[in-house]
Design a protein. Structure first.
Ligand SMILES: Cc1cc2nc3c(=O)[nH]c(=O)nc-3n(C[C@H](O)[C@H](O)[C@H](O)COP(=O)(O)OP(=O)(O)OC[C@H]3O[C@@H](n4cnc5c(N)ncnc54)[C@H](O)[C@@H]3O)c2cc1C
Length: 288
């Protein structure tokens, strides 16, 4: 006889982890990816673990480190007072996701675990050197977000493992970031290309002390442009090697043709938005 699918909605994280050890379950957070992707074959999802009642997985903590718990919605991230004030580029990225409906249901953790190369939160979080905390039973592992993604829809997350939170150190006061996304429309549009730039100026304001650059939708996973970063590290603000930076950036990304845009278009536009994001981050840094 066919086994009936079960629905679990625990309110404690420990219970959820136990259930995952005991049963084969599909985890659901906001459902905005999972239910849309499986719309025609919902029974194939089998038994469900609905996380929405687990309060311990909701919210944002700000201290020596910033912890964004997995069930934090895009709307909550966008509206969080500290994030808005100190990391407006991360708030802006959350505000770029879908529509108000999607932002009210879709979660930060779902955005990461879904592992789309176009996920809006990945570039800013990778530029913040974020780490993800994963838990399976009693075992916790911590992985750099950059290393979490393996390919479109693929990650290092194991069966029965939950993403608990994303954690990063708040950048220094002299740092400022910018996130730019290019889509086919202003809303309900997946990125054709996107870039996050986080710049920290030296104390004299003349040189780039540190820079992190991450692009989305121009490869199988979000791409950290480390060679471009290396060129710009220590560069003088008055004499930025922008042409050379764009040449290196172009070689670091690996876009492809799809229904939203050609590889060539992505390559050209990525360079433009990178320059724009760098200039805007530098300007924001100045006014802080
Ligand atoms: C109309 C529409 C527009 C959209 N526009 C955008 C957009 O502009 N930009 C963008 O980035 N995304 C967009 N999305 C995609 C989606 O809304 C986001 O990726 C959202 O953040 C997913 O979160 P969720 O909570 O709904 O995930 P769910 O659908 O619940 O889950 C997604 C996947 O992650 C797994 N999962 C979720 N949480 C955990 C966890 N804590 N531990 C382990 N596994 C977990 C689930 O099992 C599932 O495989 C859009 C979706 C729709 C339907």
């Amino acid at each position: 006889m066919e086994k009936k699918a079960q629905y679990f909605a625990p309110s404690a994280l420990e219970e959820a982890l136990k259930l995952l050890q005991k049963h084969q379950l599909t985890v659901i957070a906001g459902g905005t990816d999972l239910l849309v992707q499986n719309y025609e074959k919902l029974p194939a999802l089998g038994s469900i673990l609905d996380m929405s009642r687990i309060d311990a997985l909701k919210g944002i903590e700000v201290g020596k480190e910033v912890s964004i718990y997995t069930l934090t919605t895009h709307a909550q991230l966008e509206a969080h007072p500290w994030i808005k004030e100190k990391l407006p580029f991360l708030a802006a990225a959350a505000g770029e996701v879908g529509s108000p409906q999607v932002r009210n249901r879709g979660t930060a953790g779902g955005n990461i675990v879904n592992a789309s190369p176009a996920a809006d939160l990945a570039p800013p979080l990778i530029s913040l050197d974020a780490r993800v905390f994963l838990q399976k039973g009693n075992e916790e592992r911590i992985i750099n977000l950059e290393d979490f993604f393996l390919g479109p829809g693929q990650s290092v997350l194991e069966k029965g493992e939950l993403l608990v939170k994303v954690v990063f150190k708040p950048p220094p006061a002299r740092a400022a970031g910018c996130y730019i996304k290019i889509g086919q429309r202003k809303a309900q549009a997946i990125a054709i290309t996107s870039v996050a730039v986080l710049v920290e100026m030296a104390a004299d304001g003349k040189e780039i002390a540190d820079i992190r650059i991450c692009l989305g939708s121009v490869g199988p996973v979000p791409i950290r442009a480390r060679k471009t970063e290396a060129l710009l590290q220590g560069a003088s603000r008055a004499n930025l090697p922008l042409k050379e930076a764009c040449r290196i950036l172009e070689a670091e990304i690996a876009p492809m043709d799809d229904i939203r845009g050609t590889a060539w278009y992505r390559q050209q536009v990525s360079k433009t938005i990178f320059r724009r994001a760098l200039m805007q981050a530098l300007a924001h840094g100045e006014v802080r």
